[in-house]
Write a new protein. Structure first.
Length: 376
């Protein structure tokens, strides 16, 4: 993992400062929003406050909210000529709720911003740094990328967030090494749905949003479709942030369990391999340390087992440190990665059990069965 996985642990894929251009392409942002009254205002304000020299408009698709999301979006800014709020249609069969809203937003671009070169797909709980759009477009234009995505800085303030959120980012980088994603010669493809700048003609070539209409892990599915015909880029940021709070373990648990078994293609073999792999990587080192130094074996063998466990655990903590540094957390959190790995393993097993019971995933009042149908 340290040497043969694209050095994912370095967390060094970042956007460069944007330079100057004569012509900046037009961009339209699409925000699907369902019951996001607490965050949508800050999201809209951060987008319309972007330091972007080109034309830029924001389209909010209200996905049948019941909490005042529309009013909060409109109250966020005084000048609303660049903000368009449209009422979402009832959910069509075969679509996930979020992607159905995104599809309507993209359709609205054809008459709200027909000359837009790019569409910025973002969530209703993301606060964008003022230079974010300029840097995304600069990356796409200078390197001819069809998709540029950022894993935004997730909130990590409470105990459970500090224990599990940086670990989530670490595991995501391990699963999809960003250096491999960003290499056009490699097949690895991934994106982070909170912030994705997509070239419109590339999206059309990939089959549009309809191609992935029932995918729960829609960001990575879109990245794979676009990389089939073009180059993509995925990186990290500490200036564009998620506003979503996970105050309780159950909230993080449900977030992971909703899609973890989907990621494994609903395969028992993949599930077993994942659980064994997680046990070997994250649980064996501290177990060996305790077993060895507790005298669990005879003579020098016990010391050797303990030493190997301590070395592996120390290496694990070292690899985790760059991710913790991104989150401005104390190095003493590094040794907690085995506990995080144990909890994520249990969440993955929970995801499989939910699937076998027929409950599927659930999000924003809608449940998604294993077959991809939607209720609610």
């Amino acid at each position: 993992m340290a040497f043969f996985r694209g050095r994912f642990w370095k967390s060094d894929q970042r956007l460069a400062t944007a330079g100057e251009r004569v012509n900046w392409p037009e961009v339209a942002a699409v925000i699907p929003a369902r019951n996001e009254v607490l965050t949508i205002g800050r999201t809209v304000a951060s987008l319309l406050g972007q330091d972007y020299p080109g034309r830029f408009q924001v389209i909010v698709v209200d996905d049948n909210s019941e909490d005042g999301t529309v009013e909060a979006a409109r109250d966020a800014v005084r000048q609303q000529e660049r903000l368009h709020v449209i009422q979402g249609k009832p959910l069509e069969a075969g679509w996930s709720g979020k992607l159905w809203a995104v599809q309507q937003g993209i359709e609205a671009i054809s008459y709200r911003a027909p000359d837009a070169t790019y569409v910025l797909l973002t969530d209703a709980d993301i606060e964008h740094g003022p230079e974010n759009l300029r840097e995304l477009v600069w990356k796409a234009e200078t390197e001819k990328r069809d998709l540029v995505s950022l894993m935004v800085l997730l909130r990590a303030t409470g105990f459970w967030e500090k224990l599990l959120i940086p670990a989530f980012v670490f595991f995501f980088q391990k699963l999809y090494p960003f250096a491999h994603v960003n290499d056009p010669a490699k097949r690895t493809a991934a994106a982070a749905g909170g912030c994705m700048l997509v070239r419109r003609d590339a999206l059309d070539r990939a089959g549009g949003i309809a191609r992935i209409r029932n995918r729960l892990i829609d960001d990575c599915a879109l990245a794979a479709a676009i990389k089939h015909n073009g180059a993509i880029w995925l990186g990290l940021t500490d200036r564009t942030k998620s506003l979503r709070a996970y105050d309780h373990l159950s909230e993080i648990w449900n977030m992971v369990a909703r899609t973890a078994f989907v990621q494994l293609d609903h395969s028992i073999v993949n599930l077993a391999g994942t659980l064994v792999g997680m046990a070997v990587l994250y649980l064996a080192p501290p177990s060996a340390l305790v077993f060895g130094f507790a005298g669990g074996a005879e003579g020098g063998l016990s010391f050797l087992i303990g030493l190997l466990g301590a070395t592996a655990w120390g290496l694990m903590a070292f690899l985790y440190w760059p991710t913790l540094k991104l989150y401005r957390m104390h190095p003493l959190w590094s040794p907690t990665l085995p506990l995080s790995g144990l909890l994520y393993s249990l969440m993955t097993l929970s995801s499989a059990i939910r699937h076998w019971r027929g409950s599927g995933g659930a999000w924003k009042g809608r449940s998604y069965s294993a077959a991809g149908s939607v209720d609610g």
